[in-house]
Design a protein around this ligand. Structure first.
Ligand code: JHZ
Length: 411
């Protein structure tokens, strides 16, 4: 793929400032969700620069380079339904929000980045629901669940269209998608049009506090253009005349934040408390990020030397969960098909493909009934407690799990 498919941003995507400081350089890597067919895996992947920068003006941590969204999302293999913990989390969220904001029949709930419709399907019998997602395969799955989905990127044009056909929305959800969007102006102007005056825009995104703390650096990949703090979201919301009225810490993908953004209201005590916490570690300055790059490099050295040592001893190793973050990890650390025999994954669309960059075969989890590796590198480490519990039988037979981040652990 040529450089025509990506560009370097010279300004911050929230505030337009030019003073962007480099925090971490992960080199050039393949796209983390671009799983390959057998034929494609014979060729070299296209790679793109992966560099993290910090904006001194509004505190947004962001990628310096933007890959064309058509390239990133057209053949997207990720389905929420592949991760039971997420299914449970999103469905619970949908029900909680319906209750908390008193939605009923006749009210509209829209989800931006609705993927396979998991979240909206939980409330489709109580309120009118509508998904928006550019990934056709995911939208087809949503339709099968009874969730009508507009296959498109959300922005002013789509918002106007929805209002014309369905009226304004009382709730707009957007989980793990606001971080994926470069043109935030178009999205926030769209939300302004679509959201009722008494409505709420609820979105979840990785929390940068977690990323630099106990979260993994492997959450950094081309899809994730922004790594939000409450400071940055407050700046963003206020720029469009919104307020952050509440915030919740949620134990998803390490730890994420759920932001409540409204046209009117007052910030809750939680908002004030979290802003103070972020300030105390220096998230509103470069202070919080100085130790991040050396920590990531140590993580890389520790994991690579463990895998090399195990292979030298003749151990068999496979991967568990072909997550997007796992591909950042494999490619940055330099883990190849010489280290991992295969990677298991529950998502059928990923099975019988090869991982981008490392070209390791992805297979259905059933393989573990017949091929029992000595070690399983847990690439879906964010679900570690649930997975370790579910795989007790495998562990009892001697297979050990390697947890790669934030510190390498064998369990
Ligand atoms: P999971 C996705 O990243 C992509 P990923 C996206 N861009 C995003 O923003 C983040 O989420 C937040 C499999 N699995 O959810 C399923 C098993 O095989 O951590 C998935 O392929 N067995 C939208 O891909 C992968 O692992 C299991 O028991 O990093 C997990 O992917 C479980 C639980 C999962 O997100």
């Amino acid at each position: 793929m040529s450089s025509a498919h990506f560009r370097k941003r010279k300004t911050c995507r929230i505030c337009g400032a030019k003073d962007l400081k480099l925090i971490l350089n992960l080199g050039k890597t393949a796209l983390a969700n671009a799983f390959l067919s057998k034929e494609a895996a014979r060729k070299k992947d296209a790679t793109y620069p992966l560099q993290l920068v910090f904006c001194r003006k509004c505190s947004l941590v962001q990628l310096a380079h933007v890959v064309d969204p058509e390239v990133l999302f057209s053949g997207y293999h990720y389905l929420t339904s592949g991760s039971p913990v997420l299914v449970d989390h999103f469905q619970r969220e949908a029900r909680d929000i319906v209750k908390r904001f008193g939605l009923g029949r006749g009210d509209l709930a829209v989800e931006i980045g609705s993927n396979d419709g998991i979240l909206l399907s939980a409330i489709k019998d109580e309120v009118n629901v509508l998904g928006v997602d550019p990934a056709e395969t995911a939208a087809l799955e949503a339709k099968k669940r009874g969730v009508e989905t507009i296959v498109d990127f959300f922005g002013v044009r789509v918002a106007k269209d929805i209002v014309k056909k369905h009226g304004q929305a009382k709730v707009i959800f957007a989980n793990n998608v606001i971080a994926h969007i470069d043109d935030l102006d178009d999205v926030f102007r769209g939300i302004e049009i679509l959201l009722r005056d008494d409505g709420v825009f609820v979105f979840e995104a990785h929390w940068v506090y977690n990323l630099i703390g106990d979260g993994g650096f492997d959450q950094i990949y081309h899809e994730h253009l922004s790594y939000y703090s409450l400071h940055a979201v407050k700046y963003l919301a206020e720029r469009f005349g919104f307020m952050v009225t509440d915030v919740q810490r949620v134990p998803i993908h390490g730890e994420s934040l759920r932001f409540f953004v409204q046209k009117k209201g007052k910030p809750s005590a939680r908002v004030k408390k979290l802003l103070a916490l972020e300030r105390s570690v220096g998230i509103d300055s470069m202070r919080a990020f100085r130790r991040f790059a050396p920590k990531v490099e140590k993580n890389k050295r520790d994991l690579k030397s463990l895998l090399d040592k195990l292979k030298k001893k003749g151990a068999s190793i496979a991967g568990y969960g072909a997550s997007a973050k796992g591909n950042t990890l494999l490619n940055y650390v330099g883990v190849t098909a010489k280290h991992l025999d295969f990677i298991t994954d529950t998502i059928p669309l990923k099975q019988w493909t090869f991982t981008p960059g490392a070209h390791i075969p992805v297979v259905p989890p059933d393989i573990l009934f017949t091929k029992r590796p000595d070690y399983l590198l847990l690439l879906a480490w964010n679900y570690a407690p649930a997975i370790l519990h579910r795989e007790q039988a495998l562990r009892a037979q001697g297979t050990k799990f390697i947890i790669p981040v934030p510190k390498v652990k064998v369990m």
